[in-house]
Design a protein around this ligand. Structure first.
Ligand code: G
Ligand code: MN
Length: 311
């Protein structure tokens, strides 16, 4: 038998219990990658070293699935009206060579190397497995997929195969359309989204308002939801520009019949303003950080309690 111990600590009550558990879990995964018994202390700085060499990153990335270095984390999203909780699946990479690698760094690298399709397929399979094997709390889950993946010919087949393998209704899964590049073939994407929705999947536009995720997307793409980018929410103050922009987006979305999630909610004040403006769903560190699936039950309870305290 081998023992892997992860340690996290805080100074003067600066972190929540859940963040500490989360960091200890990261450290434990790193400890597991060592031979024999091992104890590791969570080290945030190990995350930055990797940014320096992209070819090296891609080389390591290609071994990550086989070496079981990927983990899907789940972040709670709270229904502002009912307090019901569902989750966004967020991929995390704990590389044995590089330590925890920030998602932005490896997703971009994977996208450039076309390896992203393989990663996306792995995430879809894992999420379905988690939904099938977890408790009730992990029922409805959003998955981030790049436009590139949406435009691939096999996405719908792969999604339906994963759902049927694990006995999951497609309506449990929401697909978040994420993009780092300009939309090239609009017509193809419209068709694909239409097919996916016909099969029962829900579709959301991620990071709405930033870069290319514009009002034109809302005009042309058949979607169920938009997720207002955290840049707007994080600067939300009463009567600020962000306040006017968000309330206008909410009015517009209501008229078009599209639901709205606000991302990056970090303070009670922001949450209250969003509820006042009739935002449908709230997501952000105030309600919970992304956590391993083992802690989801606890995370749901914490998110619901936070929501109740807003009323
Ligand atoms: O692009 P997308 O919206 O899927 O990005 C989600 C990312 O945002 C995740 O990596 C998650 O860790 C991060 N995130 C989620 N909630 C918050 C928050 O309240 N504040 C900040 N700064 N980041 C957040
Ligand atoms: Mn997302």
């Amino acid at each position: 038998m081998e023992t892997a111990v992860g340690v996290s600590f805080q100074e003067m009550g600066t972190k929540s219990e859940l963040s500490l558990l989360n960091e200890a879990y990261h450290a434990m995964l790193q400890a597991k990658q060592e031979k024999g018994n091992s104890v590791k202390v969570f080290d945030m700085n190990r995350q930055t070293e990797v940014m320096r060499s992209k070819p090296h990153l891609i080389h390591e990335l290609k071994k990550a699935i086989v070496n079981k270095e990927f983990v899907v984390y789940f972040q709670p999203i709270v229904n502002a009206t009912t307090g019901g909780v569902h989750y966004e699946a967020l991929l995390r990479w704990f590389s044995s060579k590089l330590g925890p690698v920030p998602p932005d760094a490896f997703i971009m690298a994977a996208e450039e190397s076309d390896f992203i399709q393989e990663i996306d397929a792995w995430v879809v399979e894992k999420v379905c497995e988690h939904i099938a094997n977890s408790h009730e709390e992990l029922r409805h889950v959003s998955i981030n997929l790049l436009i590139k993946t949406f435009q691939s010919t096999e996405l719908e087949t792969k999604l339906l195969a994963a759902c049927s393998k694990h006995g999951i209704d497609p309506s449990f899964i929401e697909l978040e359309l994420t993009e780092h590049t300009l939309l090239e073939d609009e017509q193809l994407l419209i068709e694909k989204l239409g097919c996916l929705r016909k099969s029962g999947f829900k579709v959301a536009i991620d990071d709405f308002g930033m870069r290319h995720a514009s009002i034109n997307y809302l005009r042309v793409l058949p979607v169920d939801k938009i997720k207002i980018d955290k840049a707007f929410v994080q600067n939300l103050k009463r009567n600020s520009k962000e306040h006017h922009i968000i309330t206008s987006i909410l009015t517009l979305a209501k008229k078009i019949g599209v639901r709205v999630t606000a991302e990056g909610v970090e303070t009670v004040e922001q949450a209250k303003m969003l509820v006042e403006a009739s935002c449908d769903e709230l997501q952000g560190y105030l309600f919970g950080k992304p956590t391993p699936n083992e802690i989801v039950q606890k995370a749901s309870k914490q998110a619901r309690e936070q929501w109740s305290s807003l009323l």
